[in-house]
Design a protein around this ligand. Structure first.
Ligand code: DC
Length: 218
């Protein structure tokens, strides 16, 4: 069974996908981490987003797998490295490339087809699994999402100004929603949850109740 959670940066998708998966006994797939890993690879290799032929050529060299919640790229655990501001800055541009999306969507389908999964990302309910059993779309105000990002960064010892983070989020929202291929959008059949004034426990409860209702277990 497949459950998808899409939404913009900072809407709480990762936290919720993890929590819901744990509660249902499902596995969880963070598709954004895969786009981030490819971005990290290109940055390290000094390849620009405009160098399409080079990108096409090196994509088969990038092997991605998950070990629990960690993402492994060519044998190296890059879970922390993909969270850097440098990757953050370039990931929207990299994820707008057709060749990158085709490869990662194929991999996502391959991974999640063999089990019960909660997937989270931007297009998991629209493109990756349009026939998913249950689709969610999480949203929150830019202000609230910037605050969440600030908190997450400060827990890692990084301080960033709230206005800067708001602008970064707005910039990414714009790129993610206006790109040509698989832009971020609400799947028409998704349950939309506005999380600005909800606690993580409240959001989790809504997701869980919806899945149980659909399974006929309520
Ligand atoms: O969820 P995240 O912030 O880790 O995602 C990083 C970027 O990856 C995001 O700005 C857009 C891209 N992405 C995507 O294009 N499609 C997905 N399914 C997931 C992420």
């Amino acid at each position: 069974m497949i459950i998808t959670i899409d939404g913009p940066a900072g809407s709480g998708k990762s936290t919720m996908a993890k929590r819901l998966a744990r509660r249902l006994g499902f596995r969880f797939l963070n598709t954004g981490a895969m786009y981030r890993a490819v971005t990290l690879y290109l940055l390290r290799a000094g390849i620009e987003v405009s160098e399409r032929e080079k990108i096409q050529k090196i994509l088969p060299e990038i092997h991605l797998e998950f070990a629990g919640e960690n993402i492994i790229m060519n044998g190296e655990d890059v879970s922390l490295a993909i969270r850097s501001q440098e990757v953050e800055k370039h990931v929207s541009a990299v994820s707008s490339l057709r060749e990158v999306r085709e490869r990662l969507v194929e991999l996502q389908r391959e991974i999640a087809s063999c089990g019960d999964y909660v997937l989270e990302g931007r297009d998991t309910g629209t493109v990756v699994f349009p026939d998913a059993f249950c689709k969610f779309y999480l949203d929150a105000s830019v202000e609230e999402r910037a605050k969440r990002r600030q908190k997450e960064l400060s827990e890692r010892g990084e301080y960033h100004d709230l206005d800067y983070l708001k602008k970064e989020i707005e910039r990414r929202d714009k790129l993610d929603t206006t790109r040509e291929i698989a832009p971020l959008m609400k799947p028409p059949d998704a349950v939309v949850i506005e999380t600005t004034s909800l606690s993580p426990d409240e959001v989790e409860e809504r997701l869980y109740q919806e899945v149980m209702k659909r399974r006929g277990e309520l």
